[in-house]
Design a protein around this ligand. Structure first.
Ligand SMILES: [Fe+2]
Length: 313
């Protein structure tokens, strides 16, 4: 159609979308165009602002490579990743869910580790932590024989892949649930960490006066035929960034009770001083046991990275 005025633009684009043979694609594109045009009218986007927005999109691509995905980081920073997670899990958003974000640091082929074993593979200073996790189905029956990947940051806030000081696969392990749907492992308590701010996400956070911290957490990925692959994180309950997670990942259900033990004997005789424990039960939903695509494949070399901390103001 020939466009007579600004109202006609939306009609013209929606009319052309009718050609699409894929009904779902047509539905998504039509809603996207309607909302994009309505958003533009609502804020009366100027030409200069439009150029700035295009710059952000170009920056997302330019700052993405084999070891870093700026588009995923931006989706998290806008809450979109968590919204999509909560809409697609917990009975399609009807009930609370153990599901959470995968994050950028899952690697395949974590070392198989026996239940009760340690995932500390090179000297890693920090308080010892003993974790017991149970995996249940919706009827509260144990999920037996699930493969569970664990990964987390060091007490200094670095994943091993970022940190040449740590051994390959440090603070990562693969466990198999026993007859009670249970795994257990020993590690050190993770710390929160800053997300990179050298791209458009950093620019946006600065403009919004937001900090760039994620609260401390453990990552879990559980796979068993007949169940939807469970991607989860369990957050440390005493972390000061729980309510302002830069990636909006923290849900009430996934705040774990990390208990500090002082003057109490630890489950291992070599532990002296305070130590932590976490007990947590996950619920796996029926579905397909597909693995996500690993966001990274290797480990950094050279210097330990320096990621600046932004303060919220
Ligand atoms: Fe993480």
């Amino acid at each position: 159609m020939i466009i007579e005025n600004q109202n006609d633009v939306t009609k013209a684009v929606l009319a052309e979308l009718q050609r699409a043979p894929d009904a779902r694609f047509k539905e998504i594109m039509a809603a996207f165009v309607r909302h994009l045009h309505a958003f533009t009218r609502e804020v009366k986007l100027t030409e200069a602002e439009f150029q700035a927005a295009i710059g952000y999109v170009i920056g997302l691509g330019k700052h993405t490579n084999e070891t870093h995905n700026e588009a995923v980081l931006m989706s998290g920073s806008l809450g979109l990743s968590t919204l999509i997670c909560l809409l697609n899990n917990g009975d399609d958003g009807q009930t609370e869910t153990s599901a959470n974000l995968l994050g950028p640091f899952w690697r395949m082929h974590s070392p198989a580790t026996p239940n009760g074993g340690s995932i500390v593979r090179s000297p890693t200073p920090g308080p010892t932590m003993f974790v017991n996790a149970w995996f249940r189905d919706r009827n509260n029956q144990p999920v037996v024989g699930a493969e569970v990947d664990i990964w987390h940051s060091s007490p200094e806030g670095f994943y091993e892949n970022q940190d040449p000081v740590q051994a390959d696969m440090n603070l990562r392990g693969k466990f198999t649930t026993d007859q009670d749907g249970h795994i257990a492992f020993r590690s050190v308590k993770p710390a929160g960490y800053p997300i990179p701010i050298d791209g458009p996400v950093g620019e946006m956070l600065r403009a919004l006066r937001r900090h760039n911290m994620r609260p401390a957490h453990l990552h879990f990925l559980a796979v068993k035929d007949g169940f939807k692959t469970l991607v989860s994180q369990v957050y440390v309950n005493d972390d000061k960034f729980l309510e302002t997670d830069v990636q909006f990942g923290v849900t009430r259900h996934l705040i774990g009770n990390y208990v500090k033990h002082e003057n109490e004997p630890a489950p291992a005789p070599d532990v002296t001083g305070p130590w932590y424990s976490l007990d947590y039960t996950f619920v796996m939903e029926p579905g397909s046991a597909k693995l996500p695509r690993p966001p990274i494949t290797g480990k950094a070399s050279g210097e330990r990275p320096r990621i600046p901390h932004l303060a919220a103001t």
